[in-house]
Write a protein of this length. Structure first.
Length: 119
């Protein structure tokens, strides 16, 4: 069992930046993959970015070039740096831990952190 706690959300103006953090209750060194999802009001949950334990990253087309996912195994923390934010990025962002088997399978979830981008 892995407990995940997100932080760093908030209100930001369009064009601004935020860095979300996700602290894990256990060592993430052996977790095969971690990722960030988001869910905007009235929309389905969307996979934003993933990172494997060898550092391979993947991004949704909607955030490529603006978001950067990273992990600090020594601090058991996952990050996502979000630049060039726009109102369409407004959502609750969820950290998760999982694995890849053809696609990413999240197994453990945080409770989410709200990101609101004003125009």
């Amino acid at each position: 069992q892995v407990q995940l706690v997100e932080s760093g959300g908030g209100l930001v103006q369009a064009g601004g930046s935020l860095r979300l953090s996700c602290a894990a209750s256990t060592s993430i060194f052996k977790i095969p993959a971690m990722g960030w999802y988001r869910q905007a009001p009235g929309k389905q949950r969307e996979l934003v970015a993933t990172i494997t334990n060898d550092g391979t990253t993947n991004y949704a087309d909607s955030v490529k070039g603006r978001f950067t996912i990273s992990r600090d195994n020594a601090k058991n923390t996952l990050f996502v740096q979000m630049n060039g934010l726009n109102p369409e990025d407004t959502a609750v962002y969820y950290c998760n831990a999982g694995y890849f088997n053809g696609r990413y399978y999240p197994q453990f979830w945080g409770q989410g952190t709200q990101v609101t981008v004003s125009s």
